[in-house]
Design a protein around this ligand. Structure first.
Ligand code: NDP
Length: 281
């Protein structure tokens, strides 16, 4: 069966161009504050990529690189300072945080209006309620845009999500329900996974295990979204064995060049929307 690739890189660039044009018409530019704590090399790379993307489209971004031993209270005080700074429209705390810091407490201190990652409990609640006012988490928001790029109406389709994390699995399941998909969430305790996934018109895989999903799991003609980013000796791998899965799928996302670039585009969009929300009377 012929398959097509959903090119996240191209789609992301198109979205970034559109935001850039809109920002060029503004009187001032949106401003993102990024907090990076410690020396995690992967986090440093992610932050650099985000900075570069901001710069390219006219968002001012400042990274605050804080010491790995920063005390919880100091970090909380700093976030409150950024919340009160009217010049700053978006605040992003790069995860994971060092173990001595309370991640949930930190994320819930960020003003929900500046929560461009969409991880604040208020935004999570609005997402569950299906509210248009929620700031949506970037990866799930990007996945919905990718799906719409190949199929306008997702209504009535069977969607299966593998993984139930707070940042990917659970929110994408909520968004798929909002799209009127019949949505099943699976996880590490799921029995006979392939019996469930073989029924999926849309399969979203967010496990964190390279090449875990193959053609045996995939219904003929399914749309397969691979969220996984796994560093292996053979380079960066998704959670889906691409060469095997493509024999069954109608559409499939590559790794790299799939969901990853869309996550960045959605961060930029969320920052732009947060700016509008804060500056429009
Ligand atoms: P987590 O580790 O938080 O969650 C993994 C999920 O997979 C858990 O819910 C776990 O189940 C489930 N799982 C593990 N093993 C199995 C199994 N054998 N069968 C079914 N389910 C299983 O990961 P994340 O959601 O944070 O990330 C997933 C992947 O996506 C990672 O590779 C990560 O790097 C990548 N990622 C990519 C992004 C992007 O922009 N492209 C953004 C964010 C993440 P249980 O809950 O029972 O433990």
């Amino acid at each position: 069966m012929a398959y097509s690739i959903i090119n996240g890189k191209e789609l992301s660039q198109k979205i970034q161009e559109e935001i850039k044009e809109k920002i060029a018409c503004l009187k001032t530019c949106p401003h993102l504050a990024v907090i990076l704590i410690g020396d995690n090399p992967a986090s440093q790379t992610y932050v650099k990529n985000k900075e570069k993307a901001c710069q390219n489209i006219g968002i001012k971004s400042i990274t605050y690189h804080l010491d790995k031993d920063i005390k919880q209270q100091e970090l909380e005080d700093f976030i409150i300072e950024l919340n009160n700074d009217k010049q700053i429209n978006g605040i992003l705390v790069q995860l994971p945080l060092p173990k001595h810091l309370e991640t949930e407490k930190i994320l819930s201190l960020i003003s929900p209006l500046k929560d461009v990652d969409g991880f604040h409990p208020l935004n999570t609640g609005l997402l569950v309620k299906g509210s248009e006012n929620a700031i949506l988490p970037c990866t799930p928001k990007g996945i919905i845009k990718m799906l719409h790029s190949v199929k306008e109406d997702l209504s009535g389709l069977n969607a299966v999500v593998i993984g139930r994390s707070q940042i990917v699995g659970l929110p994408i399941a909520q968004l798929l329900i909002k799209e009127n998909c019949t949505t099943t969430v699976t996880h590490s305790h799921t029995k006979d996974l392939s019996a469930i996934t073989q029924n999926a018109d849309i399969l979203v895989v967010a496990i964190g295990k390279p090449d875990f999903i193959n053609k045996e799991h995939i219904k003929k003609g399914a749309i397969v979204i691979d969220v996984g980013i796994n560093k292996t000796d053979n380079g960066l791998k998704g959670d889906v064995d691409f060469d095997s899965a493509k024999t069954q799928a109608s559409y499939i996302t590559p790794v790299p060049g799939g969901v990853g670039p869309m996550t960045i585009a959605m961060l930029l969009e969320n920052t732009y929307l947060a700016y509008l929300n804060q500056t429009t009377p």
